[in-house]
Design a protein around this ligand. Sequence first.
Ligand SMILES: C[S@@+](CC[C@H](N)C(=O)[O-])C[C@H]1O[C@@H](n2cnc3c(N)ncnc32)[C@H](O)[C@@H]1O
Length: 211
Amino acid sequence: MGFHWDDLYREDDYERRIYLGDESMADYLETFLARFGPVDDVVSVGCGPGVVPFELAERYPDLPITGLDYAETIVADNRTLAAERGLENLSFAVDALPDLATDRRFDLVYCVATLFFVADAARAIESLYDLVRPGGYLVVNYPNEHTQEWAREADPEKRADFSLVAAGENTLSREEIESILNTDSHDYWEAVDADDEEFVSPDLPMVYVRR
Ligand SMILES: C[S@@+](CC[C@H](N)C(=O)[O-])C[C@H]1O[C@@H](n2cnc3c(N)ncnc32)[C@H](O)[C@@H]1O
């Protein structure tokens, strides 16, 4: 089953919220860019309402930022909002993990709170890494064994929303990611000095990988 994102976004009053962490996620991404950039472009995969992409587009008016999501409604709503705000450096397109259709490449690929909903998370990791230009970075959050434990113990409604995670169907580990990509990964939270944040916990792992 899992969560039906398009149904949510078709509701008139859905919240344009950030799903993992809080508004400081944009500050942390800015810290990442200051430490590992500059970059020529950024893509957020599974961008949802795009809180971080919108914020980033305001802060870096010359940086092209793209949001990809498989839910057509949120892509259309995001386009409308970007036009209303005059954000010419911000664009959105429909695309779906695990096999993204785009043949574009980006310096920074950012994917947060999305692999929970993708059955073939291992293939999605490959696909996300393919999206990175050589010398660029993948920043990705993924479900691990702690996320699975959290989903199993969650209330029935949440457990249904996170059914793939609860069933352990898309569980990954740092070791698996490194083996799939054949390279080292690094802790994103530490890299951006977010490891003391309340929302950072073993069930919300986030890594960055250089290509
Ligand atoms: C929990 S929201 C995360 C939004 C945003 N990244 C954040 O952190 O606030 C998950 C998003 O992933 C999208 N999504 C789910 N499965 C997807 C897939 N297979 N391919 C692309 N997007 C997907 C959903 O439509 C939803 O907008």
